[in-house]
Design a protein around this ligand. Structure first.
Ligand SMILES: N=CN[C@@H](CCC(=O)O)C(=O)O
Ligand SMILES: [Zn+2]
Length: 409
């Protein structure tokens, strides 16, 4: 099967030489080809260039992209989009003045979602989750990471991870699974240390045996899990070959970034509270900082200081954090726009952060995230627009005409 995209107004994120991720000043450059063609064969990008060099053979399909742009689909490296029900009532509680912490302390928050999920069948959970997955695909996402963490028992954590596995099997979007057993302390446990024992001894070995996750996560935060708990979880995960991708510095900076870097985490995510020492800790590491502006927006907490991170020469990825409590939206277009408006990222930086850097934060940089020969043809075809900066500028508008996964729309 060969598909030719021709007369592309601008082909974005063209990387002839593969790159792992981009950092610092490089983030402000999006390589493009104007008046371009792109050839997709058997689901993979096989050629691209200027229309002057456009091949002329008999293709199975030819798509005329006059006035439109083609770019890699969004790479959303942090979500909790397998969940049951919603937390709309807590949203109203927050409007009426309660904080996220106060709601959690009253037994709401993550424990509320865990209770609902424990009472939901695996089929029902699958059906609720696939609606969200289909929606984010329409919004231009071509690769996504999904975490467990609303189970908090062996049975319910496995239920979540099996749902993620079914989604992987049934959809052509790239999906990576993360085991987040240590997301909150269930009421049945007196302290985090006992619960960590349970996670390590009762759940982790089965997750590994059934091959249900690629990554391991922990909510390293005051009132949730300490740096010591984090070290224990990550060390245990390493024994089973799980790479860390962890929640740190959302409300308080307690050394989670340093713990992540020490354990060669693929990413450290949230980072709303960043001390200079946290930024320094990331320097020279292979750990991707990930910002979640949808969470800052929804909870009215500080935005991750993108300028300090990028101006220190570091990379940055953007993701949605799609979850029922702190970011009930999987819309990467909103994330890109909010990063520009609220975090002062340029459109170029936000697009790099949401494509190639997001791909790296899922270990998918060799497969997606740029227009490179041999990569999957997971692509966004925009509606007619004047420039790629129009995507974040014109917030709330839908600029996507079609999305292609492995070359199929
Ligand atoms: N902070 C920890 N976990 C999620 C929120 C979980 C929830 O409130 O349900 C997050 O990344 O924001
Ligand atoms: Zn999260």
């Amino acid at each position: 099967m060969a598909t030719l995209f021709k007369n592309i107004k601008e082909l974005l994120q063209v990387r002839t030489e593969p790159v792992k991720f981009v950092s610092g000043k490089e983030m402000n450059i999006i390589p493009t080809i104007k008046d371009a063609f792109l050839l997709v064969e058997n689901g993979l990008i096989s050629d691209f260039g200027s229309m002057r060099d456009c091949p002329s053979s008999n293709f199975d399909e030819v798509i005329d992209c006059t006035g439109k742009m083609v770019m890699p689909a969004w790479c959303d490296s942090h979500t909790h989009m397998v969940y049951a029900g919603n937390r709309e009532s807590e949203f109203v509680d927050r409007i009426n003045g309660l904080t996220y912490e106060e709601i959690a302390n009253r037994g709401g928050g993550i424990l509320n979602s865990a209770k609902t999920l424990q009472e939901t069948s695996e089929d029902d959970l699958y059906n609720q989750s696939k609606v969200r997955l289909e929606e984010i695909i329409k919004l231009g996402t071509g690769a996504v990471e999904i975490k467990s963490g609303y189970g908090l028992t062996l049975e319910a954590e496995l239920k979540m991870l099996r749902v993620i596995k079914r989604l992987k099997e049934n959809y052509s979007i790239e999906i990576k699974a993360t085991f987040l057993g240590a997301h909150a302390l269930p009421k049945e446990f007196k302290n985090t240390s006992d619960y960590i024992d349970y996670v390590i001894e009762a759940i982790l070995p089965i997750v590994a045996k059934e091959n249900l996750a690629e990554y391991i996560d922990v909510f390293c935060e005051t009132g949730y899990f300490s740096v010591e708990d984090t070290n224990r979880i990550l060390e245990a995960g390493k024994q089973y070959g799980f790479t860390p991708k962890i929640h740190v510095n959302q409300f308080t900076a307690i050394g989670g970034v340093q713990a992540g870097v020490k354990h060669n985490a693929l990413s450290v995510d949230h980072l709303e509270e960043m001390r200079d020492v946290d930024i320094e800790a990331l320097r020279g590491s292979q750990t991707m900082p990930v910002a979640l502006p949808g969470c800052s927006y929804f909870l009215s907490i500080p935005y991750t200081p993108a300028r300090r991170i990028i101006d220190a020469g570091l990379p940055l990825a953007l993701a949605t954090d799609y979850n029922p409590g702190s970011a009930p939206s999987g819309n990467m277009n909103f994330v890109v726009s909010t990063a520009c408006v609220k975090m002062k990222m340029t459109p170029e930086e936000a697009i790099n952060a949401s494509t190639i850097n997001g791909a790296y934060a899922m270990g998918l940089q060799d497969k997606v995230g740029s227009i490179t020969n041999g990569k999957l043809a997971n692509l966004i075809l925009t509606k007619p627009i004047n420039s790629f900066g129009f995507i974040p500028y014109s917030f709330g508008e839908n600029h996507i005409e079609s999305i292609f996964l492995a070359g199929e729309d």
